[in-house]
Design a protein around this ligand. Structure first.
Ligand SMILES: Nc1ncnc2c1ncn2[C@@H]1O[C@H](COP(=O)(O)OP(=O)(O)OP(=O)(O)O)[C@@H](O)[C@H]1O
Ligand SMILES: Cc1ncsc1CCO
Ligand SMILES: [Mg+2]
Length: 268
């Protein structure tokens, strides 16, 4: 049952039954995509970032997603208040270090946030995970310059420093926590032509963490669902605009047999 089609389906059923409130402080580019993906999966999204209200909001949420894609001072203030409160209340924190490594500001803010409240799950592409682990990784803004396998050692280091589950997304998704490693080989290359698919993966991890306190399992299952829904969407039409819409429909309509037939999970 542990990390299997059955355990994925059990968590999807929990999300659909409980509709957990996922509080996201995320970037302007993906607010709409990730809110719709959370709804399609069965969760309840709220994109709330004002420093005046985030700590009240965290108190009623089941998970907190923090994404640094379009940072500014107000976002940072809200992120700090929300993460501190989530830690106090024991709510899962999922962190997406979009574009870290590209600027000193992103690096400094990310380091401050990690030190303030170590996330339960960190999800980034290979460039981001390498930069966050302190390597001088090359970065081209928000897209990765490396395959995910190049960042596995960095992911292990990051996981051991912060105690977080680390997800490196890409053609193969790696999920790392201490000695545990899993890979997901689902997905479709066209997913890289739709903005914010990585951010969407992070948001879905928030929904799974809201119903499953085993965050290694939650993160792995989120990546599996992400990849399988992407594959199902790509079956309909191979173009980015329709992939984005079909992805939501695939998430909404996902069945247990879709998962049984498509899951490409390896536990290393
Ligand atoms: N080459 C690929 N082949 C198959 N699936 C892929 C490929 N690249 C990405 N994916 C899928 O897309 C998802 C998002 O991963 P990606 O690494 O592109 O995120 P990202 O670069 O952080 O995205 P963004 O910053 O736009 O949110 C992965 O979980 C995986 O399912
Ligand atoms: C394109 C883009 N720019 C800042 S955040 C973001 C969304 C994908 O990471
Ligand atoms: Mg991408």
């Amino acid at each position: 049952m542990y990390l299997s089609s059955q355990s994925i389906w059990a968590d999807i059923t929990r999300i659909r039954d409980q509709a957990p409130l996922v509080h996201s402080i995320t970037n302007f580019v993906v607010m709409n995509n990730t809110a719709n993906a959370l709804l399609a999966l069965g969760a309840s999204p709220a994109m709330v970032h004002a420093p005046e209200e985030v700590d009240d909001f965290v108190a009623i949420a089941s998970a907190l997603v923090v994404n640094i894609g379009t940072l500014d001072a107000t976002f940072v203030a809200g992120m700090k208040l929300a993460m501190r409160r989530a830690k106090e209340l024991g709510k899962p924190i999922i962190f997406d270090p979009v574009g870290v490594g590209a600027t000193t500001y992103r690096n400094t803010v990310s380091a401050e946030l990690l030190a303030l409240a170590a996330p339960d799950i960190i999800r980034g592409n290979a460039s981001e995970i390498m930069a966050l682990a302190g390597l001088n990784a090359q970065t081209k803004g928000v897209d990765s310059l490396y395959g995910s396998d190049a960042a596995v050692d960095a992911g292990r280091r990051l996981s051991s420093v912060w105690g977080s589950v680390v997800v490196i997304s890409g053609e193969t998704d790696y999920i790392i926590h201490g000695e545990q490693t899993a890979t997901i080989d689902n997905g479709h290359p066209l997913m890289t032509k739709v903005t914010g698919m990585g951010c969407t993966a992070t948001a879905l991890a928030g929904a799974f963490a809201a119903v499953d306190t085993d965050y290694f399992q939650a993160a792995t299952q989120a990546m599996a669902v992400m990849g399988i829904a992407g594959e199902l969407a790509a079956l309909k039409n191979l173009a980015p605009g329709s992939l984005q819409l079909n992805f939501l429909d695939a998430l909404y309509g996902l069945t247990e047999s879709d998962i049984v037939e498509r899951l490409k999970l390896t536990i290393l």
